[in-house]
Design a protein around this ligand. Structure first.
Ligand SMILES: [Zn+2]
Length: 72
């Protein structure tokens, strides 16, 4: 395995996002066995529903986008 300084966190599939409502950081468990998923996660702080979009880019890095629910 090459160690080129790139972090390999595939064994720790957590990503931090920021709540679009209250701005608090939220740790999400990411299922990286799928390339793309959208789901709603309730904020652990303000309990409002956050639209979470998870996509894997060509490097296999997971990109997590959090949006307010009524933010089309
Ligand atoms: Zn919140």
């Amino acid at each position: 395995m090459a160690s080129d300084g790139k972090h390999t966190d595939s064994m720790l599939p957590f990503e931090s996002i920021q709540c679009p409502y209250c701005g608090e950081p939220i740790d999400l468990f990411i299922d990286d066995s799928v390339d793309h998923q959208d789901y709603v996660e309730d904020c652990q702080v303000c309990c409002r529903p956050i639209n979470v979009s998870v996509t894997a880019d060509e490097d296999g890095e997971m990109r997590v986008v959090a949006r307010a629910e009524n933010d089309a």
